[in-house]
Design a protein around this ligand. Sequence first.
Ligand SMILES: [Zn+2]
Length: 55
Amino acid sequence: MIKVDLAVGKMFVFLSKEERGLFSKPKLSTIDAFVCPQCGRTELYASTPDIFVDK
Ligand SMILES: [Zn+2]
């Protein structure tokens, strides 16, 4: 698997999770994308999956 960029135009794509509460900002994570150079199979991973864990 080789690491590639996941982008819309020149902007990167983020995963976003809305937080409850008036002043909280949505949690954002970039996405790590990997492509198999033989068959093109693509896998996506949150770069910082820990931010989506409810504490
Ligand atoms: Zn493959």
